[in-house]
Design a protein around this ligand. Structure first.
Ligand SMILES: [Zn+2]
Length: 914
């Protein structure tokens, strides 16, 4: 780590700032300053995770109220610790309090009286963390101060009451890798013109800001570590700090804006609101003005926020957003900086003490956060019995509700188009605390035979709301900004239905599970591995499935149908409908095998054709069998057929203005064993791309970001700019010389505009109140005879989010791979306004340009690592070289432009678009 001693000259300019402490200092307990050399939250100083860990170790050594606990490893393999803070007596009896917490969380068989006794005896277990968005720095900078205040508060009755009644699990850093990165970046720029510049990298190895969107998929180790620990301890409260207050408010706190999730026990919302209101009161008591609630920004609809995902498990979970300038650099605001609506400084019911401007320092944000965190443990202490007993009541009610009403459960058959996708889904659910059973024999249920080995998830379990929220079809409510006003549109995505995204066939039990089903159900139990394996899939992925989820015994026991290869022959045909086929292909190449592509056949007019497939050759039988076994492939032994394809040289464009979608693409390609290189701006501008690459992928990036990148003066010079005109020419030359450019969502608009493709985005200019396609699942008609769509069903469920919709111009040469239906709504789950703007248009194209191809995808096929049913579109496209294109059938009859477009080519369409 870069040391901070060189910064003294900068720090001489600091304005002295009084320490506002909530408690009197006690000798013997080290202050943050004694370890950092600076006060927590001082101007121009950001403690790294390593420094924080040093501080917490010193604190734990000095205080019998603080213990450190190692919880796992980060994506970069760093040891990750949290602090347990409570009275010495509570810490000595911690196993008993953990046991009570778990028993109340899983209440089957418990009477109300027994639960009351346990709630009286138990202590409130509270998770508070330093925030997982590493550039929202006050979160991880406030935790040392908060811990110090608690540990040094001997004799203060408020603090004694807290420590007697609460066991605080303080995640002093929720993103240790990111905290180190940000601290290092900031300190390297202090005193330069780039002091507050953006970091040219994601603050989580793959997913950056989406580390708060991974709360149910748990794709990265950090998400799994948090969820595993939450399930091991079952705290009653989970509080996650953020730092993006709606300006000029200084802190946003619950209640949340509308809409909130459908399947949450109402006590959770009530308790979130209680904590929010007591927090506002605490801030006001300390003269910390500018707290605001609700508003239109922060709704609680998407269940993937880590600060929301646990509400479905009856853990009262929430977040706050404190004001941030940038890093630890202070900033002065005047009323003139405020938006006009806020300049009157009018007290409002939920914004009672408007902030009047002035200096805003990191220390201010730290102190607001310390007050906020204090107020939560204070309320937890005061309402200790209620939080524990209500945890029990919520769980009891959930079980009763689903015992007496539908859905009563879900069956997931082993036989699936992609059998491993079902395992991937169920392992995640099990890791999230869902009990998964398996049938030991065939059973009769509702007039059908459900075969042995089918997985069953009965809904009369305490975490059933979580399961329901992920399996249900989302119908985003029709909210208006004001009565009869324009629609109030989603803050984040609106539809995520997991069986659709992962294309897993699920049978919902609309009737109670009968005796026969119950008798045949066995709880899945496997061999759980130690948590060190959390980190295993942070390594480039070349492992069999499921690594990282095996720390949960149920997840470890969910196994796919064993791999098998029917037929005979020296070659192995693998079905692109199984995502693991691509792991197999990539491994075959690494082991010296060869891969062939056997084209599908074109369909009739307007109809999809039959799918192509991949054939692995030139491997010995032992290696072939190992591939089938390791990846649980349902494959076929055959003779070599089709055209031989070389392993493509794949490049993934990686901008300095770090892109989460690029990160997810990297994550996906690594997990499936693709070899590829990151392509930076200078690599593109250097030209001769065709000499180095066969396929280049551009994720969901805007043209402005790709072309211009960071503006001059905003970041250190080496990170300035994008690919510019030179880069565009290089990409154009690459494609014309026979390369394949694969783009999706906004990236495809970059290709259309910059390469002057004869394609148009028909929804480009439609007003948001007339057409809006938020993150949702839509039906598309797909032609699997095109190599890029190999293995996709004719009618596919595809994830879109503000995606382009295509038609073609007269000089278009190429093929349409996917299209929207001509009538009715294609919406499967989520929110879609103006379905008529989609009717009959194309959603994916293969455009011929010179000797090469541009694949345009109007969708997000690897969105947040979730649509397992769409991943293969990216995989096929990454392999789509000239050899494959040459044998793919040209199914030109699959699509024709809708009537209106043909008539209005080049002109007007004023009545339909604006
Ligand atoms: Zn945040």
């Amino acid at each position: 780590m870069r040391r901070v001693s060189g910064l003294i000259s900068v720090l001489l300019f600091l304005v002295a700032f009084p320490l506002v402490s909530h408690v009197s200092a006690q000798s013997g307990v080290p202050t943050p300053e004694s370890v950092f050399g600076y006060q927590a939250g001082a101007d121009f100083f950001l403690a790294s995770y390593d420094q924080s860990l040093d501080y917490f170790q010193a604190l734990a050594n000095a205080s019998d109220r603080v213990e450190l606990m190692e919880v796992g490893r980060t994506s970069e393999g760093r040891e990750w610790y949290i602090a347990l803070i409570s009275s010495a007596e509570n810490l000595a009896n911690i196993e008993r309090y953990k046991e009570i917490s778990l028993r109340l969380a899983k209440p089957d068989g418990l009477t109300d009286g027994e639960a009351r006794a346990l709630a009286s005896e138990g202590k409130a277990i509270v998770h508070i963390d330093g925030g997982l968005h590493a550039t929202e720095v006050a979160g991880h900078q406030h935790t040392p101060q908060f811990a110090y205040d608690l540990a040094s508060g001997d004799g203060n009755p408020e603090i004694e009451a807290i420590l007697d009644n609460v066991i605080l699990m303080l995640w002093f850093s929720m993103n240790p890798d990111g905290q180190n990165m940000v601290s290092e970046w900031y300190h390297s720029n202090i005193g330069t013109p780039y002091e507050v510049s953006s970091m040219p990298a994601l603050y989580q190895k793959y997913i950056g800001h989406d580390n708060n969107r991974d709360g149910y998929m748990l794709s990265v180790p950090e998400s799994r570590v948090v969820t595993r620990v939450v399930r091991e301890w079952e705290p009653q409260i989970l509080y996650n700090h953020h730092q993006t207050a709606p300006f000029p408010a200084r802190i946003w706190i619950p209640p949340f804006a509308e809409p909130v999730s459908e399947f949450v026990h109402p006590l959770m919302w009530r308790q979130v609101n209680l904590l929010g209101m007591s927090m506002a009161q605490a801030l006001e008591e300390r003269g910390q003005t500018g707290a605001v609630h609700m508003g239109t920004g922060f709704d609680n609809w998407y269940p993937g926020f880590i600060d929301h995902a646990h509400n479905f498990h009856n853990v009262t979970s929430f977040m706050t957003e404190t004001g941030l300038y940038r890093y630890a650099t202070p900033h002065f605001y005047t009323i003139a900086d405020f938006p006009s609506r806020a300049r009157d400084l009018r007290p409002q019911s939920l914004y009672a003490s408007p902030w009047t401007g002035g200096w805003w320092r990191l220390r201010d944000a730290v102190e607001y956060m310390v007050t906020a965190s204090f107020s939560v443990v204070d309320a937890a202490a005061k309402y200790k019995f209620d939080f524990l007993y209500n945890r029990y009541q919520a769980a009891r009610d959930v079980i009763t509700t689903y015992r007496n009403g539908p859905p009563y459960g879900y069956f997931v058959p082993q036989e699936q188009r992609d059998p491993v996708a079902a395992v991937e889904l169920l392992r995640r659910l099990a890791f999230n605390g869902i009990d998964v059973y398996q049938l030991e024999s065939d059973v009769q249920f509702e007039g059908r035979t459900i075969p042995a080995n089918t997985w069953v998830m009965p809904m009369d379990q305490e975490n059933a709301n979580f399961l329901r929220q992920l399996f249900a079809v989302q119908d985003y409510p029709d909210l208006r900004q004001y009565p009869d006003g324009p629609p109030d549109q989603p803050y984040d995505v609106s539809g995520w239905t997991l069986p659709y995204q992962m294309d897993v066939r699920v049978i919902e039990a609309a009737a109670p599970l009968n005796e026969e089903v119950r008798a045949a159900m066995n709880l899945v139990q496997g061999e759980a591995s130690p948590w060190d394996s959390d980190v295993a899939d942070a390594e480039p992925f070349d492992s069999p499935l499921g690594v990282g989820y095996n720390t949960n015994p149920v997840a470890a026991g969910i196994l796919p149908l064993p791999g098998r290869a029917s037929g005979g022959g020296s070659a192995l045909a693998v079905d692109a409908a199984q995502n693991n086929a691509f792991k197999a292909i990539n491994r075959a190449w690494r082991e010296g095998g060869r891969v062939r592509f056997q084209a599908g056949t074109a369909g009739d007019s307007g109809v999809a054709g039959s799918t192509g497939r991949y054939i692995i050759t030139n491997l010995n039988s032992t290696n072939m069998n190992a591939i089938v076994r390791d990846y649980a492939l349902q494959a076929e032994r055959t003779s070599a057929a089709g055209v031989s394809i070389r392993q493509p040289r794949i490049g993934l464009y990686r901008p300095w203005r770090a892109s989460i979608d690029e990160g997810w693409t990297r994550w996906l390609l690594e997990r499936y064993g693709f070899e590829f290189s990151s392509v930076y701006n200078h690599d593109v501008i250097a030209g001769d791309l065709r000499d180095r690459f066969d396929v280049i992928l551009i994720s969901d990036l805007s043209s402005g970001l790709i072309l211009n990148g960071f503006a001059k003066g905003s970041v250190p010079p080496r990170y300035v700019g994008g690919i510019g005109d030179e880069g565009v020419r290089a990409i154009d030359e690459f494609v014309r010389a026979g390369g394949t450019l694969v783009t999706w969502n906004s990236g495809s608009l970059f290709a259309v505009d910059q390469l002057h493709l004869p394609v148009e985005n028909v929804v480009a200019d439609i007003a948001r109140d007339e057409f809006f396609m938020s993150g949702s699942l839509l039906a598309m008609e797909v032609d699997p005879s095109h190599p890029v769509m190999s293995g996709m069903p004719d009618r596919s469920k595809v994830f879109v989010s503000r995606s382009p919709v295509f038609t073609v111009k007269e000089d278009f040469e190429g093929t349409v791979l996917a299209k929207y239906q001509t009538a009715g709504s294609p919406l499967l789950s989520g929110y879609l306004l103006g379905e008529e703007h989609l009717h009959g248009y194309a959603s994916a194209l293969d455009v011929h340009l010179g000797e090469g191809h541009v694949v345009l995808l109007g969708m997000r096929p690897q969105w947040r690592g979730q649509p397992f049913g769409n991943f293969r579109i990216v995989f096929n496209a990454a392999l789509y070289t000239a050899e494959m294109a040459a044998v793919g059938p040209e199914n030109s009859a699959f699509w024709a432009p809708p009537e209106e477009t043909a008539e209005s080519e080049g002109e007007g369409q004023q009545g339909r678009r604006r």
